[in-house]
Design a protein around this ligand. Structure first.
Ligand SMILES: [Zn+2]
Length: 339
């Protein structure tokens, strides 16, 4: 099969890779219907993480082509969506709704789903099948559910977005934009997107943002306070993962408010005194996307939400290197790779 390999920072190609096989009786094999490049794939691309000839990709939707002997809930031919973390969905941690930290978790990044086929561990726990194969135009939205939508949804949930709440979203990448959509679906009264890019501001408004703040740092905090009667927001979504974005989030939150942080943390160190006097709730981490999948798939099937709009560049898998370049250069918000 063909699949993406990142040889070293900035160097991506599509190569022949071994066809995946059933390794454990709980595995399934899927033929990808579409896959995509994640903002988190840019960390190794930019040299922030070590990378050496690594298969890439952790987002996926597709058709089951083979199942192991113990697989019960999906069958050959099913269209399935799964999270970037494979989970058994039965352990105590999964049962509590934190499947991304399952005691048997398998990161799908190690599998590498920017490929024609992929092995899905813990198929029964990980995969959710749609009742029937979806209309072609819904496939990008289902793919979004695999990570960015589920992650934005968790962030909004962790930030306790809801009716009567003012929600601030720090980060205008795909996850931040999905956080806007989630907050809107949860009934937030006001949604303030922090963004400096006109195209992303426009998409944020389309997804439900009521206000845009282009400033950052002290000026960004001041702008949020100005919009919230001097108090700060009830709910803040952090979708970047840097020291600056994390402190932007904490400082934009009112005392007693909630920060949902889902940007993959890179060098974040919270100053104890600022955290102490902020009196905010912090809840985040790798999103337990599996918890939300049944609900999200239903909303997509009903065409209540259209998260697939977040893919603003669609190119063939074979041109993945161009997709990485476009995302790195911020020419694309999120790249869908067609198969
Ligand atoms: Zn588990």
């Amino acid at each position: 099969m063909r699949g993406v390999i990142m040889h070293s920072p900035g160097h991506v190609s599509v190569q022949d890779r071994p066809d995946p096989r059933i390794e454990k009786p709980t595995d399934a094999i899927i033929r990808l219907a579409a896959t995509c490049i994640c903002g988190s794939d840019l960390w190794p691309y930019r040299g922030a993480n070590d990378v050496h000839d690594a298969p890439m990709g952790h987002e996926y939707v597709g058709y089951v082509t083979e199942v192991g002997a113990d697989v019960r809930t999906v069958k050959v031919g099913d269209f399935v969506v799964g999270s970037f973390m494979a989970s058994d969905n039965t352990c105590e941690i999964c049962s509590a709704g934190y499947q991304s930290r399952c005691v048997d978790v398998v990161g799908m990044g190690g599998v590498g789903t920017q490929a024609q086929f992929a092995r899905i561990p813990h198929a029964d726990g990980t995969l959710v099948a749609t009742p029937e194969p979806p209309a072609e135009d819904l496939i990008p939205s289902y793919l979004a559910a695999s990570d960015v939508l589920g992650t934005g949804w968790f962030a909004a949930d962790a930030a306790e977005a809801g009716p009567g709440k003012t929600v601030v979203v720090v980060g205008d990448g795909a996850v931040g934009l999905m956080g806007v959509l989630a907050a809107q679906q949860m009934g937030a009264e006001r949604i303030i997107a922090m963004s400096r890019h006109a195209d992303r501001q426009a998409l944020a408004r389309e997804f439900g943002a009521t206000d845009i703040v282009a400033e950052r740092g002290d000026a960004g905090v001041a702008a949020v306070r100005e919009l919230t009667g001097g108090l700060g927001a009830h709910s803040v979504i952090e979708a970047v993962g840097t020291q600056e974005s994390m402190m932007q989030a904490v400082r934009s939150t009112r005392a007693g408010g909630h920060v949902g942080f889902v940007g993959v943390s890179h060098g974040v160190e919270l100053p104890g005194d600022k955290l102490f006097y902020s009196a905010v709730h912090l809840h985040g981490g790798p999103a337990p996307v599996r918890r939300y999948l049944p609900d999200l798939l239903q909303r997509i099937a009903d065409r209540t939400i259209d998260p697939g709009k977040v893919f603003d560049l669609r190119i063939p898998l074979e041109q993945a290197a161009e997709g990485y370049r476009a995302m790195d250069q911020r020419e694309a918000i999120k790249v869908l790779l067609t198969l």
